[in-house]
Design a protein around this ligand. Structure first.
Ligand SMILES: Cc1cc2nc3c(=O)[nH]c(=O)nc-3n(C[C@H](O)[C@H](O)[C@H](O)COP(=O)(O)OP(=O)(O)OC[C@H]3O[C@@H](n4cnc5c(N)ncnc54)[C@H](O)[C@@H]3O)c2cc1C
Length: 459
């Protein structure tokens, strides 16, 4: 085996995987590179396609930059191939010198409060997957509640609240799939309540996302005066942090607005820590119970013991995402990531805690560092990981069958209906044509089988 060529597998065609491929191809190095990019979905772009909200076309536009990387043609794509089922780590060792895992985080983090299992209690990640047309979630979503609670104070909470409160007519210019348009049109919602256990100056959402809520047609923003009795720490945060300053300014403006005209309302409750979901007597959510908190003087909060209840018929838990374990790959159960040192994957001895590098295996993106940060952060992540991969040349795997055809033969022998770059172009054009017929930019195809058939030209 010569080390003048790196055959690299990247698992996950989200931004982290695509940036890693791009950075490696452009990096200074003294060996050739050939990259195969695998994704379990028939379409690339990960959470940019299936997480970023459909009414954020500017962010969705990042797909154009990612697509330019793929369209150069120097990265092979294998969509609809799931690592752990269709391909194993042993397969990769047989055919490649190394693998980078860029599998992201798609699950909801757990929230441990009584009643969380009641009907009508949903993970926001599942709701996001539904409204963004993810093929692996049910087609229909039960939008039957008039009063809804959203737990969390990050951007995903605001995305969920906005998608619940927004009138469907205002989403029609976007790429929402037909089943999502139908579901949202039937929603009887009148009030969406967002709960954050901290104060307005400690939120995790960004000013742009917040301001946008105030511009929704026929939706009034309701904030409560009792939440604005700032202590010194909060005042210092407003004075010392530009982002907090803008958030405070937006909220203060909403305090002055007159309300009572719109058919829908979006309430922001701060210093409100959900403690239980209350059964309506039929096994469904009937109310949310929360404890009023108060500033602890150091920027945090403490419970006051004052318990309140608000009737709601559905609850969306937007308390963060969490990574999923991959077969034969180390996993940190506590943080939901692949244990690593700057992207070099580690095996950790459970007894002693000693960590050793697992040669040939790397991680990047959300599965490397946890589900925080914007798409841009996955680029710096990828640079760090790729830097180590290049320097580790002496420790790569020595594959038995590194020829490029070998992996194709393996997938064929296993009867896997993979999709490639041409296939993605076919699906892309199909979705654009569906949209054009209805004067919309794009309408996403949702069922996996249809995506695969269209991509493979088998319709
Ligand atoms: C709801 C939501 C809204 C967001 N909005 C914004 C925003 O407006 N602006 C912004 O900058 N950032 C936003 N983000 C953050 C952004 O999406 C992430 O920073 C980024 O997508 C992380 O990239 P990644 O490649 O690590 O993971 P992902 O984008 O999740 O990509 C991982 C890929 O791995 C694939 N995969 C997983 N498991 C396997 C397997 N076993 N085999 C094969 N493939 C697999 C997945 O199908 C996926 O394509 C948002 C995130 C969420 C959740």
């Amino acid at each position: 085996m010569t080390k003048n060529k790196l055959r690299l597998a990247i698992v996950g065609a989200g931004p982290a995987g695509i940036y890693a491929a791009d950075i490696l191809l452009k990096a200074e190095r003294n060996f050739d590179v050939s990259i195969d990019l695998f994704d379990r979905l028939p379409a690339p772009y990960g959470l940019v396609r299936y997480g970023v909200a459909p009414d954020h076309p500017r962010i969705k536009g990042i797909i154009t930059a990612l697509r330019e990387v793929l369209d150069r043609g120097d990265i092979r794509i294998f969509g609809n191939v799931r690592f752990g089922e269709d391909l194993t780590l042993d397969d990769l060792k047989r055919h490649y010198n190394a693998v980078i895992f860029a599998t992201g985080a798609v699950r909801d983090a757990s929230l441990h409060i009584p009643g969380v299992e009641l009907a009508g209690s949903y993970g926001a990640a599942d709701f996001v997957s539904w409204f963004d047309g993810h093929p692996d979630v049910p087609r229909t979503w039960p939008l039957e509640a008039q009063q809804v609670a959203v737990i969390g104070n990050g951007n995903v909470a605001l995305d969920s609240a906005r998608m619940l409160a927004k009138h469907v007519e205002d989403l029609m210019p976007t790429e929402i799939p037909a089943n999502v348009a139908e579901g949202l049109a039937a929603s009887p919602v009148t009030d969406v309540h967002v709960f954050g256990r901290r104060g307005p100056t400690s939120v995790k959402f960004t000013p742009l996302e917040l301001r946008e809520l105030g511009e929704l047609r026929d939706v009034e923003m309701i904030v409560y005066d009792e939440d604005f009795d700032y202590d010194d720490a909060a005042r210092a945060a407003v004075a010392g942090n530009k982002q907090v300053f803008v958030i405070d300014k937006v909220l203060q403006q909403w305090r002055q607005r007159s309300v009572g005209e719109a058919s829908r309302r979006l309430h922001l409750h701060f210093f409100a820590k959900p403690v239980a979901l209350v059964d309506d007597g039929t096994g469904r959510v009937g109310a949310i119970r929360y404890e009023r908190t108060a500033p602890d003087g150091q920027g945090g909060v403490v419970g006051t013991g004052e318990i309140r209840e608000l009737p709601v018929q559905a609850v969306y838990r937007a308390v963060g995402y969490f990574g999923s374990p991959l077969p034969d790959v180390p996993f940190d159960e506590k943080f939901g990531v692949i244990p690593n040192h700057e992207g070099q994957v580690l095996t950790v001895d459970p007894e002693t805690g000693d960590a050793r590098q697992l040669y040939g295996v790397y991680a990047t993106g959300w599965i490397k560092r946890g589900p925080v940060g914007l798409i841009g952060h996955t680029k710096s992540d990828a640079m760090e990981t790729v830097g180590h991969l290049i320097n580790d040349l002496g420790n790569w795997w020595n594959p038995e069958a590194p020829e490029e055809d070998a992996i194709v033969e393996l997938l064929e022998a296993r009867g896997i209906r993979w999709t490639d770059l041409d296939g993605w172009h076919r699906l892309d054009e199909h979705e654009l044509a569906l949209g054009a017929a209805e004067d919309r930019a794009r309408i996403k195809v949702v069922p996996r089988a249809d995506m695969v058939d269209i991509s493979r030209g088998e319709v």
